[in-house]
Design a protein. Structure first.
Length: 287
């Protein structure tokens, strides 16, 4: 009975502890691997050390100064961690529970045909497919073309030394809305050094939107799919088609820690972007 009375009297305290623990865990998980991670650790260590010393040694002036500073810490955090907060809010706002995928099966089959035609020709490519979240802001960074999607057009765009071959294209429904688009480069510090600008740009866009970005390596023709800040590599046409169908039918997607070695897609070697050595023989993946 005493246990029941204690639980009845303090269940709110337990709930607060659980919520704070979850919040701290996911905050650290979110910042881990970003440029702001070391800054966050430094701020926390400094703040805790000063407050502890002021309490133990009775340094009332220093304690009151830091107590006053803590009131403006929220504003300082917003300024210091603006890129990370922007990425996190964009990911939350672009969560698939708020948006529905909008690509037809015919469009995805045409994307597969285009992707592997480019891969066979070893033409480097960066192809973003819009899902529920509008990415018009990134489309405006390129050249508006608004034309029907076709293999011939894609090859013409990504052929070396053509005016539009640098940057990426954005596909909305069955149309290419823009070419030579500039995508944000991911700022993650824990990526494989073998990943070049094209792959980092693909990851950057998927960190700030729910878009699916396809990357074709210029040197080896290796096909990769980026989504939700993750990269999956070395697809063949069958596994590529299967994976796109999964992503656009809103099936449950695997956690990043479960991607490596997962056998749901036959023929594909799927990797989390963190902590995996580069595969032998891979190209340098630069533009």
């Amino acid at each position: 009975m005493n246990v029941l009375h204690f639980a009845a009297d303090h269940w709110k305290d337990g709930l607060e502890i659980v919520l704070l623990t979850v919040a701290i865990y996911y905050t650290w998980r979110f910042f881990k691997g970003t440029p702001g991670a070391n800054v966050l650790i430094g701020l926390v260590v400094l703040f805790l050390a000063v407050m502890l010393l002021s309490q133990l040694l009775g340094l009332t002036v220093i304690g009151s100064i830091f107590e006053s500073l803590s009131k403006v810490l929220v504003i300082a955090m917003v300024i210091i961690f603006q890129p990370e907060l922007r990425r996190g809010l964009a990911a939350l706002g672009g969560h698939r529970m708020f948006f529905a995928a909008n690509q037809s099966r015919e469009t995805l089959e045409l994307v597969r045909e285009i992707t592997f035609d480019l891969a066979n020709r070893q033409l480097g490519a960066l192809i973003a497919i819009e899902r529920g979240q509008n990415i018009e802001g990134f489309a405006e960074s390129g050249v508006k073309i608004d034309c029907a999607l076709s293999t011939e057009l894609a090859v013409s765009i990504f052929f070396p030394k053509t005016p539009l071959h640098d940057g990426g294209i954005i596909i909305r429904n069955d149309r290419i809305v823009s070419a030579a688009c500039i995508f944000p480069i991911t700022q993650r510090a824990d990526l494989d050094r073998a990943l070049g600008l094209r792959h980092r740009a693909a990851l950057g866009l998927t960190e700030e939107s729910d878009a699916i970005v396809i990357v074709v390596s210029e040197e080896t023709g290796i096909v990769s799919i980026c989504h939700r800040g993750l990269i999956e590599r070395s697809f063949d046409p069958e596994s590529f088609d299967h994976r796109l169908a999964e992503l656009f039918t809103l099936k449950d997607e695997p956690d990043s820690k479960q991607l490596a070695g997962k056998g749901a897609v036959a023929g594909a070697r799927r990797h989390s972007v963190v902590g995996h050595p580069s595969e032998p023989g891979n190209d340098r993946l630069a533009f």
